[in-house]
Design a protein. Sequence first.
Length: 88
Amino acid sequence: MRAFRTRGAKLADATVADIMTRNVTTCRPNDTVAGAMAVMTRGRFRHLPVMDGSQLVGLVSIGDLVKHRVREMELETGVLRDIVIAKR
């Protein structure tokens, strides 16, 4: 959208190289979910390339990370529920 605002009709003739992000923020496969979420929140990114050295090994989205956190929270809730029920 930023490119469209600045280039208008010329955007139709633009190449991907003309409009791509050049200084890409990345993460590593061993970074934590919380760390990746923090990077994405600070940078206002929806996607983060995952690099192993100089090789692209994947792409993580904010949706991927949120789904993971929801699953973790559901597991924690289940464990806590079991503890409370067992103490009755």
